[in-house]
Design a protein around this ligand. Structure first.
Ligand code: ADP
Ligand code: G6P
Length: 468
């Protein structure tokens, strides 16, 4: 068989909304794990990327070896499909319902119609027997729709966010259709084994399917499932963190923050799953109790704006900004805030400098499919210094097991862990960091894509296009 071509379908193209103010196009990655990961791989592998360009209409040329196929969304579709069903129903439900999911019947029709439009776009650009790799919860109906349009295709689906246990999934009014949608794929990939187990349980319960953790029988077809933990471009981040301008910028940051201070850093999309409020409460109590003092410790909280048209995200931003203001008002001193709060996007070099400048990286989501920020921090610490405080509920915790693992719901535990990390012995930190760096060196983004694509086509030929 001739070599299969590759089509990736994701809600977003890897460009943020303002990427082309003068009509010129540039690869500018939008914040978020999914686009970052795929952007890295596809820059080096000829493929077509079907996705939404962020605005209302098509406008994008091709970029490098990647052909972009924009899908236009009307304002109503953005509301019903993206802000509504994807980000107000599925997103909170799949993240352990840490925020109450909203079920609005009219969103479903839009979600289905937009999935159908993406399926048609993918069917149109995919060559005969192409492999089509569908990404994430926005497009959960697409695999089945695409199979109906193009039975010749090899179809993969990867869920970047957690996939919940039956107790939660069963709440969904359109649960059977959603399951059938995913099971249109030949291979359904998750971040963690538990998710594959959840899917098998649901297929048995809701569809009466014969299902084991790695194989689900749907009519005459067998759908394979498995865990493929996503990662980062480790060598890119390592190299960036040692670039002279980044080293100089990190030094400047340390100087500006106060040379002798211990620096805690958090970098998140401003999302209620990231546990920012719990973290701020813990930090406020540490200040209140005198366990940390503004004169020798500072927290830098980067919180890039996200999904701001969704009410729960706007409310969250108001609450966080109010709390940061309260903490600084109460504990800050002139020229010495307790928390530096930065609600802005940064480029990769600026992020690398922040990672380099920190003593303790605090990554405490209430639930997270993976969390690439934790991996980026580890990759940026070539000298083996620095502490990572990591939530047990981030997918990354399964791999970065020598981090300071913490349950972010347990405020006392969180406070104690922050203090342990701040006061840890440098030799202990180096041993922990060394183990995490060794793991990442073997498990970078290319290894992820290679493992998934090899499992998808069995032959390894799809993966051959990726750099070694
Ligand atoms: P999620 O995908 O839920 O946003 P991840 O931690 O997996 O969470 O991925 C976030 C990605 O977004 C990381 O690659 C990180 O570097 C990037 N990012 C986070 N904050 C910013 C920011 N302020 N500016 C630019 N990129 C950011
Ligand atoms: C998570 C999701 C991605 C999404 C990203 C940013 O990583 O898994 O699918 O792209 O968040 O969110 P946004 O809504 O801005 O695309």
């Amino acid at each position: 068989m001739p070599r299969r071509s590759l089509v990736v379908v994701a809600n977003r193209l890897p460009l943020d909304d303002n990427a082309a103010p003068d009509g010129a196009c540039e690869w500018r990655r939008s914040p978020g794990g999914l686009t970052g990961a795929l952007h890295t791989i596809l820059q080096q592998a000829p493929a077509t990327w079907v996705g939404w360009g962020g605005g209302p209409g098509p406008r994008l040329p091709n970029v490098g070896s990647v052909r972009l196929r924009p899908v236009a969304l009307t304002a109503d579709e953005q509301r019903g499909y993206y802000e509504g069903f994807a980000n107000s129903t599925l997103w909170p439900l799949y993240h352990d319902a840490v925020q109450q999911p909203v079920f609005q019947r009219e969103w479903w029709d839009t979600y289905r119609a937009v999935n159908q439009r993406f399926a048609e776009a993918a069917a149109e650009v995919a060559g005969r027997h192409a492999a089509v790799w569908v990404q994430d919860y926005h497009l959960q109906l697409l695999p089945r729709m695409l199979r109906e349009l193009r039975p010749d295709l090899l179809i993969g689906f990867f869920m970047h966010i957690p996939f919940p246990p039956p107790e939660l999934f069963m709440q969904l009014p359109r649960r059977v259709e959603l399951l059938h949608g995913m099971l249109g794929a030949d291979l359904v990939g998750f971040q963690r084994e538990q998710a594959a187990h959840n899917l098998a349980q649901l297929a048995r319960k809701l569809l009466g399917a014969e299902a084991a953790d790695h194989a689900i029988h749907v009519g005459p077809r067998t759908v394979r499932t498995g865990a493929f933990p996503v990662s980062i471009d480790v060598s890119e981040m390592s190299a960036l963190a040692t670039r002279p301008d980044v080293v100089a910028h990190a030094g400047q940051l340390r100087h500006d923050l106060g040379e002798s201070k211990r620096v805690l850093l958090s970098v998140d999309r401003l999302d209620y799953t990231k546990g920012i409020e719990h973290r701020l409460t813990a930090y406020r109590e540490l200040l209140r109790d005198g366990d940390v003092k503004v004169r020798d410790t500072v927290l830098v909280q980067v919180a890039v704006p996200s999904r701001e048209r969704v009410e729960s995200y706007r409310d969250l931003r108001d609450r966080i900004e109010g709390e940061v203001g309260r903490i600084n008002g109460e504990y800050g001193r002139v020229g010495e805030p307790a928390i530096h709060y930065l609600n802005q996007p940064f480029d990769r070099a600026q992020l690398a400098a922040l990672y380099r400048a920190a003593d303790v990286m605090v990554v405490t989501p209430l639930r997270d499919g993976m969390n690439l920020v934790a991996k980026e921090f580890v990759a940026a610490r070539g000298d083996g210094s620095g502490a990572l405080v990591l939530s047990e509920f981030a997918g990354a915790a399964a791999e970065l097991s020598t981090a300071f693992l913490v349950n972010p719901h347990d405020l006392d535990g969180l406070k104690q862990t922050l203090l342990r990390a701040l006061e840890a012995d440098p030799a202990d930190l180096r041993a922990r960091m060394g183990a995490m760096r060794r793991h990442l060196a073997e498990h970078d983004i290319y290894a992820w894509a290679r493992a998934y694509l090899t499992a998808l086509d069995h032959t390894g030929r799809l993966a051959q296009r990726l750099p070694n």
